[in-house]
Structures are given as structure tokens and as C-alpha cells.
Write a protein that binds this ligand. Structure first.
Ligand SMILES: Nc1ncnc2c1ncn2[C@@H]1O[C@H](COP(=O)(O)OP(=O)(O)OP(=O)(O)O)[C@@H](O)[C@H]1O
Length: 325
């Protein structure tokens, strides 16, 4: 039984200017202890798909899925009470901006102990000991006295460690990290990623890492799912994806990596991810794809087989054969 299994997930938002499909038929499978990276540019629906799993989307969102299960439990059918007992305990999520996720009015110690009180039912002394232990575990120096500080008295990196400590406080089986290092400087980024991977190894939890950074993916993940405009366009083990991407969007993302650059100017992908009003009729990547033809513009593609990374493209074979150059 998979830890997380999602089939054909779609999310539509009701907006002042009509319905907007932010996630379109996405599948995600995660096994116990596995590290899956979800990559894609801003606006590709990475966060919304995981917020749907966590039940954290606003009322304007309509979620549909053929299956959305956690350890075999159907997340679409559980009561709000059951959901509250799972979220923050068995399933936890950390966000990009620690300062906007922590409550500025309470000390970080109060916030972590509150999670331990509600989910683990620990008494005051046990909560305090566990909070110190967690701060030590995530590398916060002088843990006991740090419990009494407010978020604004700590650096961004330390606050992100507090967020991680809170997320792992109840030994979650699944941790979703939504661009956990984007707001941090490069040296701290590496420390936070190392910390997440170490915790994954120690606690054997499933980890979903949402990022737009292919460099981070190369260093951390085991499997990669590439999302574009709300759709999954390719999925492969990380080594295979870097060696042989099948979807032109994946190839373009990889070509934009500085270490793969063949000239002084890094290649970019022209244009932007389509929004509510400029969604193409056929392949959503077609307006930006160098291989797109009339068929791509008119007809939505269906995914290829697993041997071709389930690439959502009409021309995988022809591109490989060099017929579309
Ligand atoms: N509450 C909302 N109402 C309407 N549209 C929304 C809402 N939340 C997100 N969206 C839209 O859904 C799309 C996908 O957003 P999402 O945040 O999942 O993208 P992302 O791939 O995670 O990007 P980023 O890297 O910037 O977080 C975007 O076009 C966004 O504007």
C-alpha cells in the first residue's frame, strides 16, 4: 500500500472572472520513506495540488479526484474531525516563508508545545522536554532558552528550522516541503536541505519537495514529477530524467541549468505559464515549445508509457528520432 496515492486530481477556483483550473488531472504516488520532487515554474499548480491533499484550500476551490488516499484512507471521504487528527500529525507541511507561517504573537516554544499538546496529549514537562529535543534535532543552538523567543527575534534560517521542528514534532509519516529554502540565502539553503534529508532517513518518512530549482532536485530527490500549467508533463527517477528527458519542457528546464550551459548566456524558455485567459486549446506548452505544430495547437496530448516518462507530448518519438529539429 502506497503512503500517498492520488489519481486524476483537479482543482478549480471560482474567481470574479469565472472558473480557473489550477490543477488538471494530476497523479502522484509516494511510498514510505521516499523522496519525490515536484518541479515546475511559478504557477504550475505545485502548491495547490499539495494544499488540496492537506485540505488547506479556501472554499472557492473545487477539488475532484478519482482517488486521494493516505495509507489507504480515502481523504475525500474523511470527516473534518478525522482530517484534523491526521493533518499536522501524520501529514505535515512546511512553507516557503517561515515568518508568515509562524504566529508573531506567541513564542516559538509555545507554538511547538501547542502542537504536542493537541496531537500527542503530552503533559507540560514532557512537552517542554520534547520541544528542547526537537530544537536540538533541527540544529537550533541553545535550544532551551530559544523556546522563549518570538519569531521576529530569530533569523529566517532559524525560523525555518522552527517550522521544520513543528512539522516533525508528531513524527509525521509524510512531510510536504513547499519551497522550504527559497527565502533563505544559499549556505542556509544547503543546511536546510541536508536537514530534511537526514530527518527523512532517520524517521523513514515520505518527503515531497516542491521546488522550481532543478539543481536542488539533482542533489536530493529520488523521483521527479514535472508539472506545467497544472498538468504533470513527465515523471522519472532523478538519474533517468537528467540523462534522458522526454518532454520538451523538461529538456528546456534542464538546459537552463548553469552547469549545462554551452554559452555565456543561459538559455531561457520564452513566454510564461498560461493563466486563466490564455490557456491554449491543445498542448498547454505548445505556445512556448520549439517543436510545436498544428496538432499540438489543436489537440490535447495523452501521456506516453512509463518507459518514456509518461511524457505528455504528441511528438516524443519524432523528437527522439531527430525528425522535429
Ligand atoms: N486561492 C486562489 N484563487 C485563485 N487562483 C489561485 C488561488 N491559489 C492559487 N491560484 C492560482 O493557481 C495557479 C497555481 O498556483 P500554485 O501556487 O500552485 O503554483 P506553483 O506552481 O506552486 O507556483 P509557485 O512556485 O509560485 O508557488 C496559479 O495560477 C495561481 O495564481
Amino acid at each position: 500500500m502506497s503512503l500517498l496515492r492520488i489519481r486524476n486530481l483537479s482543482v478549480d477556483f471560482a474567481t470574479a472572472s469565472g472558473q480557473f483550473r489550477a490543477v488538471d488531472g494530476v497523479d502522484v504516488t509516494l511510498e514510505k520513506g521516499e523522496l519525490l520532487a515536484i518541479v515546475g515554474e511559478s504557477g504550475s499548480g505545485k502548491s495547490v495540488s499539495m494544499l488540496a491533499v492537506m485540505g488547506l484550500l479556501p472554499w472557492t476551490a473545487t477539488i475532484t479526484a478519482d482517488e486521494m488516499s493516505f495509507e489507504g484512507r480515502d481523504l475525500t471521504k474523511i470527516t473534518p474531525r478525522e482530517r484534523r487528527s491526521i493533518i499536522g500529525k501524520d501529514m505535515a507541511m512546511i512553507f516557503q516563508e517561515p515568518m508568515s507561517s509562524l504566529n508573531p504573537c506567541f513564542t516559538v516554544g509555545f507554538q511547538i508545545k501547542e502542537a504536542l499538546r493537541i496531537h500527542m496529549g503530552m503533559d507540560r514537562a514532557t512537552r517542554n522536554n520534547r520541544a528542547v529535543e526537537l530544537f536540538d534535532q533541527v540544529g537550533i543552538p541553545d535550544a532551551a532558552s530559544r523556546l522563549n523567543t518570538f519569531p521576529h527575534q530569530m533569523s529566517g534560517g532559524m525560523n525555518q528550522r522552527v517550522m521544520i521542528a513543528m512539522a516533525i514534532a508528531c513524527n509525521p509519516k509524510l512531510l510536504i516541503a513547499d519551497e522550504p529554502t527559497t527565502a533563505l540565502d544559499v549556505t542556509i539553503q544547503a543546511q536546510i536541505l541536508d536537514l530534511l534529508i537526514r530527518l527523512r532517513d532517520e524517521q523513514d518518512m515520505g518527503l515531497v519537495l516542491i521546488t522550481h530549482d532543478m539543481g536542488v532536485v539533482a542533489e536530493t530527490a529520488e523521483r521527479v514529477s514535472v508539472q506545467y500549467a497544472g498538468q504533470k508533463v513527465e515523471e522519472q527517477p532523478v538519474k533517468d530524467l537528467f540523462r534522458h528527458p522526454y518532454h520538451p519542457y523538461t529538456s528546456a528546464l534542464l538546459s537552463a541549468l548553469p552547469e549545462r550551459a554551452t554559452s555565456k548566456i543561459l538559455p531561457t524558455i520564452p513566454g510564461v505559464v498560461p493563466g486563466q485567459f490564455d490557456r491554449p486549446q491543445g498542448c498547454l506548452f505548445s505556445p512556448r515549445c520549439q517543436f510545436a505544430d498544428e496538432k499540438c495547437a489543436q489537440t490535447p496530448p495523452v501521456p506516453c508509457g512509463p518507459e518514456q516518462g509518461r511524457a505528455l507530448c504528441h511528438h516524443v518519438d519524432a523528437i527522439e528520432a531527430g525528425e522535429m529539429a
